[in-house]
Design a protein around this ligand. Structure first.
Ligand code: PLP
Length: 433
């Protein structure tokens, strides 16, 4: 008899974690389990879902596209679905970004941006500009290049020798200020480390990569807009490219279509994924300026960007993406986002002085509560306790250690969002000393 084939679930170990929950139906903000429970998807299934599960327009676009052109390579070919998505993205992306390169997911969108930045400088005759600057607490994905720019952690430890070296600079993590200031009195002093680095080493630096305004996996850290503005300014002053990884923040999560808009900043390269397809199929994209693209054009073949994944620009994923952007046009999505943001603010204000709470922070549709902990960080012993508490209460939340956060699909009702916040308020009682 053949041995069994077991699914290896990410982030879990059979000996330490509860068995996986079997989902038999996903509709709107709800996930239905095989044992008759209904969970509110409070984290949009790892920050991907925008309009609720099973939105009829996306479902029908996928079905129609699958019957028409299921998949065709994008090297030397094109198709209506990817052209339609391109056209719809044109209406929401910053005008300055004129070329889009499709890939598979967030990690590959980041890999593409890093490789484009490095090859850009090579192609324009500055091959010595090849190092990358990244922030503390950063997360950009789990592939080797993306891990290299991500912050060092237990996740990346086993691979340390494989990762390429990067310059690491401060993040604007105000609650744990890296330069011992308080927000009320600081002048965004944390950005000085980057400013000084670029001043001294710009001749060897290709790009700075940031998660604009919101560092997700690193702890739902919200940056002041001035931080991003200063990062942009210093990159421009020193001739260094700025890569904005909007994989999490893109498509309305922070209140605007893209987080960069909130700061009035345009990056040289932008990475998109997650919400790109409404959160139903994998797809990544890296968008760049005309100036960057032009460096890859010319009689010499060696200028070519030799990067391409099998499923690049997949028609079914592209059709889902176009349908998702159509929903932004037809439904009051931005209004929904505003309502979520208002409820978050009101509910966080009500718990901010609770003795178990260190800090509350929010931006757009993301609300986070950093709990006081002796063992702060992803491995905090609070995490499994909190996870179970929420699941038992019918809510899917996956705290990042001692940081509980909500990032719901935009279609969540006020009633359900209040229910989630009620459970968060109750969970604080688990840790009252
Ligand atoms: N970049 C950011 C900011 C992310 O939050 C993530 C995933 O959470 C990624 C990149 C990687 O995306 P993926 O998991 O689709 O590879």
């Amino acid at each position: 008899m053949n041995p069994d084939l077991q699914i290896w679930h990410p982030f879990t170990q059979e000996a330490l974690d509860p068995p996986p929950i079997r989902i038999t139906k996903a509709e709107g903000v709800y996930l239905y389990t095989d044992d008759g429970r209904r969970l509110i998807d409070g984290i949009s299934s790892w920050w991907v879902n925008l309009h609720g599960h099973g939105h009829p327009e996306i479902v029908s676009a996928i079905a129609q596209q699958a019957a028409k052109v299921d998949h065709v390579l994008l090297a030397g070919f094109t198709h209506d679905a990817v052209e339609e998505l391109r056209g719809k993205l044109r209406t929401v992306l910053p005008r300055e970004l004129e070329h889009i390169f499709f890939s598979d997911d967030g990690s590959t969108a980041v890999e593409v941006a890093l490789k484009m930045a490095v090859q850009y400088w090579k192609n324009v005759g500055r091959p010595e500009k090849r190092s990358i600057v990244a922030l503390e607490h950063a997360y950009h994905g789990d592939t080797v290049g993306a891990m290299s720019v991500g912050a060092e952690s237990g996740f990346t430890d086993p691979f340390r020798e494989l990762l390429f070296p990067v310059h690491r600079v401060h993040s604007a993590y105000c609650y744990r200020c890296p330069v011992d200031k308080t927000r009320a009195t600081c002048a965004i002093d944390c950005v000085q480390k980057l400013e000084q680095l670029l001043e001294e080493k710009h001749a060897e630096i290709a790009a700075v990569i940031v998660e604009p305004l919101l560092q997700g996996a690193g702890g739902m850290i919200v940056h002041p807009v001035e931080f991003l503005q200063r990062v942009r300014r210093t990159c421009t002053e020193h001739g260094v490219l700025l890569i904005a990884d909007e994989v999490l923040t893109g498509f309305g999560r922070t209140g605007k279509m893209f987080a960069c808009e909130l700061a009035g900043v345009v990056p040289d390269l932008m990475c998109l994924s997650k919400g790109l397809t409404g959160g139903v199929l994998p797809m990544g994209a890296t968008i760049c300026t005309r100036e960057i693209h032009e460096a890859f054009v010319g009689a010499d073949r060696a200028r070519t960007f030799y990067h391409g994944h099998s499923y690049t620009g997949n028609p079914i994923a592209a059709a889902a993406g176009a349908a998702s952007l159509g929903i932004f046009e037809r439904e009051p999505v931005l209004e929904r986002i505003r309502t979520i943001a208002e409820i978050h603010c009101e509910r966080l204000a009500a718990i901010r002085n609770h003795p178990a709470v260190g800090e509350v922070r929010s931006i757009g549709t993301m609300a986070a509560v950093e709990l006081r902990a002796d063992d702060a960080g992803y491995s905090s012993k609070m995490r499994p306790k909190l996870y179970k508490f929420f699941i038992d209460a019918g809510v899917l939340l996956r705290p990042l250690g001692n940081i509980v956060y909500v990032l719901p699909p935009y279609s969540i009702s006020a009633h359900d969002l209040h229910y989630v916040h009620d459970r968060i308020a109750e969970s604080l009682e688990l840790f009252k000393n």
